[in-house]
Every structure is written in C-alpha cells, then in structure tokens.
Design a protein around this ligand. Structure first.
Ligand code: FE2
Ligand code: FE2
Length: 245
C-alpha cells in the first residue's frame, strides 16, 4: 500500500490510500485531508493500521511538531482510529470537534482533552474553518463537517462515498457513483435530517468537495449536493411507501 498526496485546492492536500481487498470487489480509498496554514489542520486520521503511512504523508507536508488541529466527521475507525497516535506524535496538536461529540465520546476517548469549537470559524492563519454540525448525516449522532472559507472547500466526510480508486479530483458527476455505493453499503441513516442537511451544505456553494472515500470534486459543489439531496429524498419516500404498504 502507498499513500498518494495531491493538492486539491491551494494548500489543501488529499492523502489517499487505496486498499484493494476491503469493502467491495473494486476496493476502497481512505482519504485524509491536510490544510496547510500557520496552524495546520488534519481532517480524518485514518485507522490505526494506516498511521505509519498517513503520518509520513502528513510529515512530508508539515513537520508533525507543527500539526495543530485534528478533526473528523464522527467516531469510527477510519475517521479517528489513529487520533491518539497523532496526539502522541504531534505534541502541539489537539482534537477539535462539536460540543456533542466531545461530551458523548471524545472527552473520554482522546488522550488529551479535546477543544470544543464555538460558533466562530477556527482561524488557522491563512485559512478559516467553519464547523457544520450534521447530526445523523450520513450517520452518527455526533457527526459534523467543516467548510474552509478561503478556498470554499467542503470537507464532506462520508458524503459522496464511492468504491474503487477514481483518481484524486474530478469535475465529473459524483452522484451516480455515490448512489451505487449507497446501494451496496446502506450507510446512510435515512431520516428527515438527510435532505435538509444536504440542502444546507449546498447553500454554502463549495467549489471543492473533499471526499473521504473516492475522488474529490471541483466545480459547482452546490449543484452536486442538491442533486444528492434529490436522490436521498426519493430514497426516503420509497422507504416510507414500503413501510406502509
Ligand atoms: Fe462513517
Ligand atoms: Fe468513512
């Protein structure tokens, strides 16, 4: 295995490890994102087993001693499995997340006390990260995503997940691949929050979407999110019809 590094927006790097034998016959990518700024920010740590590869990739972009912030969407191995390994290797780093995630899990799980993000964006010095609570979307109560205001990059976590290795960044439609993966995994908790949250994310009008599993997107990110919202609204409706039939 190797971890590939691509700059998907100015000073926003995608660290991608393709694992052939997991999740689906086509395999799966596990992507982390490093925002390089005065206070570097890592979104997703990867699983514990990926720590040697991912930490080396981070260290090739910024010294680990300088890594300041660690965050992720929700509590799962691919999101935060190596959180404590990074806290150990990067002495200035802190986990930052929403108050709910800290209260429910991270105050206990993280080896150093996590920081609760407030209403104001996190100023990285050159980049500004806005936290977006997304409870239950696509899964987990404590879920949240981030939006970087200078580059208009949405760190979309598991949204737009696709199988296989589809390259680092594309301007092709992501929605069909995402719905194909949804059909395999049924990873999304189909509820009323899904469409509403996707519409709210669309309103941010991101021009880059950083995707945890699959290629990142460049272009009209709002249109991609609205199209995804349409498809999930239809899935929810089908599920409700099936439940009452
Ligand atoms: Fe997840
Ligand atoms: Fe994931």
């Amino acid at each position: 295995m190797e971890t590939k590094i691509d700059e998907i927006a100015p000073d926003v790097f995608r660290l991608s490890t393709y694992v052939a034998e997991v999740a689906a016959p086509a395999g799966f990518t596990f992507n982390q994102f490093l925002v390089r700024a005065e206070s570097p920010f890592l979104f997703h740590t990867g699983m514990r087993g990926l720590f040697p590869l991912v930490s080396a990739a981070v260290a090739s972009l910024v010294p680990l001693e300088d890594l300041r912030w660690i965050s992720f969407g929700h509590v799962e191995a691919d999101e935060c499995g190596a959180m404590n390994a990074f806290l150990g290797a990067a002495p200035r780093s802190e986990v930052v997340h929403g108050g709910l995630a800290c209260m429910v899990s991270l105050d206990d799980l993280a080896d150093r006390k996590p920081s609760v993000i407030g209403d104001e964006p996190l100023d990285l010095g050159g980049k500004r990260m806005r936290f977006l609570p997304t409870p239950h979307v696509p899964h987990n109560w404590e879920s949240g995503l981030w939006f970087e205001e200078e580059t208009r990059t949405l760190f979309a976590g598991d949204l737009f997940t696709s199988v296989g290795d589809n390259g680092a960044i594309t301007d092709d439609d992501l929605v069909e691949r995402a719905m194909a993966a949804e059909e395999i995994f049924h990873a999304t908790g189909l509820g009323p929050n899904v469409e509403r949250t996707m519409r709210e994310l669309a309103a941010l009008q991101p021009t880059t979407i950083a995707v945890m599993h699959g290629a990142s997107y460049t272009g009209d990110g709002g249109a991609q999110l609205d199209a995804l919202a349409d498809r999930y609204a239809a899935l929810l409706e089908d599920a409700q019809i099936a439940a009452t039939a």
